[in-house]
Design a protein around this ligand. Structure first.
Ligand code: AMP
Ligand code: ZN
Length: 479
């Protein structure tokens, strides 16, 4: 197995991965805020983290993976760089949907788990809710209080960043300056001592009845958003562990504050390696609910695309590069994945164990080695896919192709071991059904040019229409 190299945000360098207690690896991933369906950018990050976990396992490590569920305390203000501003996302959605925040959380957690399975993302060893760890969070605030790192205002208990000299080390001075420039004036709580001090505990407003609130030594309220990750990582992985991950937006604020809380309390490094995934953009720009382009997995499926096609699309870019989502790029990914399935299926069907010539045996070893080098070189999935394709198109025996495909798929997670004739027939969405019917109507009316336009639209989705004696049939586009 090749040595594993990962880019550590803490040092801003690609480093050889050396776990604290090999072969064990502790890995903490910031999970979903369950006030709505994740958008496809969130899923890009969750898939990158899944690849990391699979590469660790591929390299022989025993991974304990913790993912949190943010079901309280994540305020809307983090969009403008201040997680203490604005409304609690859970309570806001509860009002909108006329439910309790607890019902909202349960609904979206269930949806997250179902969608996660559709993406073939491995379930974490511990998938834990912030609201199940209130006492751990209160204990952590007490620890910070004993060390003189907190103060209390009328609005909450704050972490005093002036008492933690390492504040901002994750993103570096540049990021701190950028944050300063963008939001010096945003200070909702006038008693806050430093702009970047952040809430560990927020008091419920006297005139407000929250769905989620708890008693604490300082008053009734709820934990600040960052606190849960410090408390839960400590509980399940110990005070220092190997890897902490998230999306790139977490560097400046959430992870910077997690480090302050955890290291402030323990005096030990929180995590040895910090990995951050770049953003998914849509049509070259920012994705936002208000822009109407924050697509969810459900939007993608409604348009006739499979979750694994989206997973394939994510893998075509390096996790540290931003990736631009367009419906056309997803159609190409669907087509490529279908072609790969055909290749793997052909190899499976044609497999018959013949002895390998020494030249072919060397080739098989070479593909294995190059694939392993790619994924262990900071998770270079585009390179790994290129090696995969090369192997599938080579002249090595089908049996070895199939074995290689299954072994590569342990890392890529495209469910290639499940290909069969049946899985080649794609599911037909409502939209697609509409298109097929429309095309049939046009053909009956002799409008072949218009019908052909619709056929082209269907093909853009990586599918093809075959007109049979029983009517039109939809198939995946084969090689
Ligand atoms: P949230 O549910 O908002 O806490 O986000 C879940 C994960 O998605 C976090 O790791 C975020 O950093 C990440 N994330 C948020 N927006 C994007 C995006 N556009 N592209 C990729 N990752 C994102
Ligand atoms: Zn977190």
């Amino acid at each position: 197995m090749s040595d594993l190299y990962l880019t550590n945000s803490l040092t801003r360098k690609k480093e050889k991965f050396i776990p604290i207690d090999p072969p064990n690896v502790g890995m903490y991933t910031c999970g979903p805020t369950v006030y709505f369906y994740p958008q496809i950018g969130n899923w890009r990050t969750f898939v990158f983290e899944d690849i990391l976990r699979r590469v660790l396992v591929y390299n022989g490590y025993l991974v304990k993976h913790v993912m949190n569920i943010t079901d309280v305390g994540h305020l809307t203000g983090d969009n403008i760089g201040d997680a203490d501003l604005g409304e609690d996302r859970m309570e806001k959605e509860a009002r909108k949907e006329n439910k309790t925040a607890w019902e909202i959380a349960d609904f979206y957690i269930k949806d997250f788990i179902e969608s996660r399975d559709k993406f073939n993302i491995l379930a974490p060893t511990y998938f834990v809710r912030a609201t199940d760890h209130i006492s751990e969070q209160i204990s952590l605030i007490k620890r910070l209080e004993e060390k003189g790192l907190t103060y209390i205002t009328k609005m909450g208990v704050y972490f005093d960043i002036s008492k933690f000299p390492d504040y901002g080390k994750l993103g570096g001075q540049k990021l701190i300056d950028k944050r300063k420039a963008s939001r010096e004036e945003l200070k909702e709580d006038k008693e806050k001592r430093n702009t970047f001090d952040f809430a560990l505990w927020k008091f419920s407003k006297p005139d407000e009845k929250r769905h989620m609130e708890w008693d604490s030594p300082w008053g009734r309220g709820f934990p600040g958003w960052h606190l849960e990750c410090s408390a839960m990582s400590m509980k399940y992985l110990g005070e220092s562990f190997d890897i902490h991950t998230g999306g790139i937006d977490h560097v400046a604020l959430h992870h910077t504050n997690e480090i302050a809380q955890s290291e402030g309390a323990t005096g030990k490094p929180l995590a040895k390696y910090w990995l951050h995934g770049e953003f998914l953009k849509v049509d070259g720009g920012r994705m936002g609910k208000s822009l109407g382009n924050a697509y969810t997995l459900h939007d993608v499926v409604k348009k006739g695309f499979g979750p694994l096609s989206l997973r394939y699309l994510y893998l075509t870019a390096h996790y540290r590069d931003s990736l631009n989502f367009t419906w056309n790029s997803l159609a190409s990914a669907q087509k490529a994945l279908n072609n790969l399935r055909e290749q793997v299926l052909a190899a499976k069907i044609q497999s018959s164990r013949t002895s390998l010539s020494s030249e072919k045996s060397k080739k098989v070893d070479d593909y294995s080695k190059r694939f392993s080098e790619a994924v262990t070189d900071d998770l270079n999935t585009p390179q790994a896919l290129a090696v995969f394709w090369e192997a599938m198109k080579s002249n090595i025996p089908s049996e070895d192709k199939y074995d290689l495909a299954l072994s590569f798929d342990e890392v890529l997670g495209l469910k290639l071991g499940e290909v069969s004739e049946v899985s080649k027939v794609p599911k037909v969405s409502k939209e697609l059904k509409g298109l097929i019917e429309e095309r049939e109507e046009l053909r009956k009316e002799g409008k072949f040019k218009e019908a052909d336009e619709i056929r082209k639209n269907i093909e853009k989705k990586g599918l093809k229409v075959e007109d049979t004696s029983e009517g039109p049939k939809i198939k995946s586009q084969g090689p």
